[in-house]
Design a protein around this ligand. Structure first.
Ligand code: SAJ
Length: 408
């Protein structure tokens, strides 16, 4: 192998590129976004993540470079977004297709093209192979295709890159083993080599499994609320059973993985996905459910002014700055649909205004709200609990353990 060209320098591509570079491999990171490339080239990170700054410094020392150009080499890792089309619920493979084509324009004979982006099962056969073959390029000879989906969790990415097990899907075992050795340069855990379809499917299955389990917790929360029971107490007790491990209810499922991947299965197998679809619907219903809880509290306290409500958290989960599909954004959309404008918003991780009535200063925000709705359990709010104790609080993440707090 000469050098790795990593295509797509977002939440997955960038940490992966840095990890390879840290382990001594020559890496060039490519992204079409000029602003992003310019930031990285100046030594500025483009998102926050535990341990990313140190890793970045080491990779820069090791000579990693960033560019908008695709490089001529023999190993490529593609980590571009794979959105789904909201109407059909199917994968939109346009970015992967375009990246593969641009790789084919420059790659050396016998190159390995590794797709890390999550794709729905069968996508590589359906979208990528025909794209390569129509150029008269022979897969397995002129180029080799591999699917190596990532498994890292925002908030703990760097640790998980090193210690999570991985999957490598390849057409033939020799190439699979070669790619396994490549990832072994930083991955200390087991790397399973399988075929491409199994790699695609297992990735989507993992996230669907978690979505279904969160949906179960959310449904329990609704049942318990309807009948005056404490869902957290019930989950705590049930989880003492050696074979029970219920997750936690919350204001909804955000992020670009769990709230998206199950739709690939629903889109491809509409007649066979009853449970998966039901789970998606339950999780998608949670922001509306939170809205109902806010209304209950307003009614109980005779508050009618919407601007007295403050939502804490814009990120989709604690201690990250990623707002994709975040429950708060879903909630604000619901409120706007109900013509409920004016709710105040604050998130310590988001320093630019991305929604209306967003505060950039916590004290100012707190001083103006009567009902505080905690949507994201950042450490910041846990550390500042004493400043909010006198508010009416709706705690959707079960982090306030004092009397008088409203829960889901
Ligand atoms: N959530 C709950 N209750 C829980 C756990 C999570 O409501 O008990 C919510 C979170 O608040 C968040 C959403 O679910 O809004 C998703 O968060 P997460 O921490 O469960 O997962 P992600 O989306 O950050 O990362 C997932 C991970 N997949 C699995 O755990 C199976 C990660 O390992 C994947 O690499 C990532 O998706 C991905 O890129 O696919």
């Amino acid at each position: 192998m000469k050098m790795i060209n990593i295509i797509g320098l977002g939440y997955i591509g960038l940490p992966t590129a840095l990890m390879f570079s840290k382990s001594g491999i020559e890496v060039v990171g490519t992204d079409l976004n000029e602003k992003l490339v310019s930031c990285l080239s100046k030594g500025e990170l483009t998102f926050e993540e535990n341990g990313l700054q140190d890793l970045f410094s080491q990779a820069v020392e090791n000579g990693i470079t960033f560019t908008t150009e695709y490089q001529k080499t023999d190993t490529y890792i593609i980590a571009v977004p794979t959105p789904y089309m909201s109407s059909s619920k199917k994968l939109d493979a346009k970015y992967v297709i375009s990246a593969v084509n641009r790789v084919l324009d420059v790659c050396e004979p016998g190159s390995i093209i590794i797709v890390e982006s999550t794709v729905s099962p069968g996508s590589i056969d359906k979208y990528i192979r025909p794209e390569i073959e129509k150029r008269g390029i022979v897969i397995g000879k002129d180029v080799h295709l591999v699917h190596a989906p990532e498994r890292i969790i925002p908030g703990n990415m760097i640790y998980e890159l090193e210690y999570n097990s991985r999957t490598v899907g390849a057409d033939n075992i020799t190439i699979g083993e070669k790619v396994k050795i490549l990832y072994k340069s930083f991955c200390k855990s087991e790397i399973v080599v399988t075929d491409i379809r199994s790699a695609e499917m297992s990735k989507v299955v993992e996230n669907t499994y978690r979505d279904i389990n969160i949906a179960f917790a959310n449904e329990l929360a609704k049942i318990c609320r309807a009948d005056g029971m404490n869902v957290y107490e019930i989950i705590k007790i049930a989880n003492k059973h050696p074979r029970v491990n219920i997750l936690q209810p919350g204001p909804g499922v955000g992020g670009h993985c769990i709230s998206v991947d199950p739709w690939f299965l629903v889109g491809d197998y509409p007649d066979l996905t009853n449970l998966i679809l039901a789970a998606r619907k339950i999780n998608d219903s949670m922001p509306t459910y939170v809205l109902g809880r806010i209304r209950d509290i307003m009614r109980e306290h005779g508050i009618s002014d919407i601007s007295k409500i403050g939502i804490y958290g814009l990120a989709y989960k604690e201690n990250v700055d990623d707002t994709r599909e975040s429950p708060t954004l879903q909630l604000l959309e619901q409120m706007n649909d109900h013509l409920a404008f004016g709710v105040k918003v604050y998130d310590p991780f988001i320093s630019e205004r991305i929604v209306e009535h967003q505060f950039l200063n916590f004290e100012d925000f707190i001083s103006e709200v009567e009902i505080l709705v905690i949507i994201t359990a950042h450490d910041h709010i846990k550390e500042n609990m004493s400043l909010v104790k006198d508010k009416l609080i709706l705690d959707t993440k079960n982090i306030c353990n004092f009397d008088g707090v409203y829960k889901l």
